[in-house]
Design a protein around this ligand. Structure first.
Ligand code: SDX
Length: 390
């Protein structure tokens, strides 16, 4: 007899937890972190303030924020031996692979992360991870370019320091431009959390068997890498480049409608309306292009969006631009190669994964993740000796 269970591939209609961190109304296109609308946070907040909000549930006062920023600054450096791990990868290793392996390796350097029931140990390792992700991302990028690593500079804030670790020698070009640092801050705020998305579900699932933060978040990085999830921002630029010009958009749209390909950066499991983050990023593109010059692929993206919002194929399926549709245009304008785009998603999403991990670990309702299945294989049958086989 089959177990009593509802068949629900991808958990489309399954709520796996109670959570108080992030709220999405997919019909209305609403996103709130701890009750604060994403547009307000993008306008007024900073990434570290949002990370604090996600972790603690409240906005910090001035003293709490200063203390938090100091703690994060103190933990920016990577363990020296991790450079040996990085050196072991081929020069063209995908930075998401390097990130996933390195975050898992953090557990070897910080084994006290296993004491996740101790709030102090848990908080220390969450701080370490949030602090080290930009350094790790920058080192992975510099390795790919066969350039020397640039250490964190404590005189810079979180996002400015990240840009200087990546592009220092271009500093005089524009990476210290406050408009670009603010664009990075806004992108990090927008990517920080998104309730039970594929990668957060992976983090919670690995945590459920009693794992530390690093092991659990390395699983999240793996899930995020996929082109249907965080990898979509890299796939969008590839798509825009392949289309190449506005007059080739109709042909591409026909290909999508024939089911030959997908419009990457479009559609969402929850949003059946315009992704509020995409709206904000689209505006941010204009601010960035004021500094860097316009990326001609923006025109292709705008034409694709126009078709996507008007053509019945997309309208009937309620497909809209999502967070990944415009972000790659900014990353490319900032000088990042496409393989770094998903890394730029993983860095800020680390604070969301950490907040969700913390909520899971302290949630008395939670059990090891072990779903049911509907069995469709053979009924019971007898073993066949070799001589009796065809
Ligand atoms: C992120 O979950 C999150 O919150 C994720 C995220 C986060 O912050 O963590 O928001 C980040 O991952 C954003 C999504 C990035 N992915 C992409 O842009 C890749 C392209 N989009 C899709 O593959 C798709 O829309 C998903 C993966 C995002 C959602 O998939 P679903 O909910 O499982 O929907 P589906 O694949 O069942 O599609 C429903 C229908 C299908 O058509 P029919 O079979 O009904 O005829 O819509 C079609 C799909 O073919 N469809 C698309 C499409 N997305 C869905 N057709 C063309 N282009 C697309 N982009």
């Amino acid at each position: 007899g089959q177990p009593l269970a509802t068949f629900d591939p991808g958990f489309v209609n399954t709520a796996v937890c109670h959570s108080s961190i992030t709220y999405i109304d997919g019909e209305a296109g609403v996103l709130e972190y701890r009750g604060y609308p994403i547009a307000d946070l993008a306008e007024h907040s900073t990434y570290l303030e949002v990370a604090y909000l996600l972790l603690h549930g409240e906005l910090p006062n001035a003293a709490q924020l200063a203390q938090w920023e100091l703690e994060v600054t103190e933990h920016r450096m990577l363990p020296d031996k991790l450079k040996t791990v990085l050196a072991g990868f081929p020069y063209d290793a995908h930075p998401m692979t390097i990130l996933m392996a390195s975050v898992a390796a953090f557990f070897s350097f910080y084994p006290d992360a296993q004491n996740f029931d101790d709030p102090d140990a848990r908080y220390l390792n969450i701080t370490r991870l949030i602090a080290k992700m930009p350094t790790l991302a920058a080192f992975a990028y510099r390795k790919g370019k066969a350039k020397p690593y640039i250490n964190p500079d404590d005189s810079y804030g979180y996002c400015h320091n990240f840009l200087q670790m990546l592009f220092k020698q271009n500093e005089r070009r524009y990476h210290a431009d406050p408009r670009l640092i603010r664009a990075m801050e806004v992108l990090f705020i927008l990517h920080a959390d998104h309730e039970q998305n594929c990668s957060t579900n992976a983090v919670r699932s690995v945590a459920s068997s009693g794992n530390d933060l690093f092991t659990s978040c390395s699983a999240g990085i793996g899930a995020l890498h996929g082109p249907l999830h965080g990898g979509a921002n890299e796939a969008v630029l590839k798509m825009l480049r392949e289309i190449g010009s506005v007059d080739r958009v109709p042909e591409f749209i026909e290909g999508v409608k024939a089911g030959k390909t997908r419009m990457m950066g479009f559609g969402h499991r929850v949003y059946k309306n315009y992704d509020p983050r995409a709206k904000i990023i689209k505006k941010s593109v204009e601010d960035v292009f004021e500094v860097t010059g316009v990326n001609p692929l923006l025109r292709v993206a705008l034409e694709l969006e126009k078709h996507g919002l008007e053509d019945d194929y997309f309208v009937s399926r309620r497909l809209y631009p999502n967070v990944d549709f415009y972000s790659g245009l900014i990353y490319e304008a900032l000088g990042f190669p496409p393989e770094m785009f998903t890394v730029l998603f993983a860095v800020p999403r680390t604070s969301g994964w950490a907040a969700q991990y913390q909520e899971f670990i302290t949630d008395s309702e939670q059990k090891i993740v072990r779903p049911k299945q509907i069995y469709t294989g053979y009924q019971t049958r007898s073993y066949v000796p070799m001589e009796a086989r065809d």
